[in-house]
Design a binder for this molecule. Structure first.
Ligand code: FE
Length: 228
């Protein structure tokens, strides 16, 4: 069996949020699937270990922010590589509340869906939440983020960067080395720099400040390895 076959499946990219008592939490998820349209229902799959899972089980409600292709890696990192047990993920984030009082990401979302859990099923490491829609709004026009596009963004090969920043392998020879984050797979490409953190293009990895951290997951420079 070649598990890489699973990489051929296509997915969107979402931030699923919920609440418990008066606290909010949320996380990145790619498995949000519409099941029916009348009534409108979804299935959302969430790892059992995640705090968001605990919140959904507690409140039986969740919201889905449908991310735009314009979303910065730092926002995905905040909701995808940090735990709400360690930080308040919403601190400093532009969010608003659905009609039912659940948080959604106001900036960089094309729409939000609000839903009530009507059934749950255990699936080994994950729980599947079958939900009925209780609210939904379109927030912005744009192209929805896909999981595949996010992977390209992380590797500096997204189409919007490719034309100006990503020469092919042959041209790259003799150029500055690229470095890969061992924690999340983000690739630091010196030709691109790290515009989200004011690192200009043509800054070598060695010249990054000592306190520079991975723009996706936040680990330090020492967790990076030179790309093969
Ligand atoms: Fe990282």
């Amino acid at each position: 069996m070649n598990s890489k076959a699973l990489h051929k499946l296509s997915y969107g990219l979402y931030i699923v949020t919920s609440m418990k008592d008066n606290a909010f939490n949320g996380q990145v998820a790619n498995s949000v699937i519409q099941i029916s349209s009348d009534p409108a229902s979804l299935v959302v799959s969430i790892n059992k270990k995640n705090l968001t899972n605990e919140f959904i089980k507690s409140s039986k409600r969740l919201a889905v922010s449908v991310l735009s292709q314009e979303v910065p890696l730092s926002l995905i990192g905040r909701f995808g590589f940090k735990s709400g047990r360690d930080i308040d993920k919403f601190a400093g984030v532009n969010y608003m509340l659905t009609g039912g009082g659940l948080p959604y990401i106001a900036e960089f979302s094309l729409a939000y869906l609000e839903a009530a859990v009507i059934d749950e099923m255990e699936a080994s490491t994950h729980d599947l939440f079958l939900c009925e829609l209780t609210g939904a709004e379109v927030l912005n026009e744009g192209i929805p983020m896909t999981y595949a596009y996010y992977q390209q963004m992380k590797r500096g090969s997204a189409p919007q960067n490719a034309a100006s920043f990503a020469p092919d392998a042959k041209e790259r020879r003799n150029k500055m080395d690229r470095y890969v984050c061992s924690a999340c797979g983000y690739v630091y490409d010196p030709e691109v720099g790290d515009p989200e953190n004011d690192i200009p293009p043509n800054t070598s990895f060695e010249d990054l400040p000592d306190d520079w951290t991975c723009p996706v997951c936040g680990v330090g420079k020492d967790e990076f390895e030179k790309e093969d």
